[in-house]
Ligand binder design. Structure first.
Ligand SMILES: [Zn+2]
Length: 70
């Protein structure tokens, strides 16, 4: 089990990382996206530092632009 650890007002808080409590933000519009780390690391060569996820709308737009650009 992985967890995050942070101090708030000198009280150490740990929270288990699960499929329900990990989020990121779309780098294009800033929309919050729930992330299933099990699926992410199973399917891709990803890591927590360099992996960015697009929200559904921006991914759709990106794919459309990519398709038209070819
Ligand atoms: Zn977006």
């Amino acid at each position: 089990m992985f967890y995050v650890k942070e101090c708030f007002n000198n009280v150490e808080v740990t929270v288990d990382i699960t499929e329900d409590n990990v989020f990121t933000r779309c780098p294009v519009c800033g929309e919050e996206i729930a992330v299933d780390l099990n699926a992410l690391f199973h399917d891709w060569d990803s890591n927590l530092t360099n992996t960015a996820l697009l929200c559904r709308d921006c991914a759709k737009e990106f794919m459309e632009v990519d398709d038209d650009g070819e």
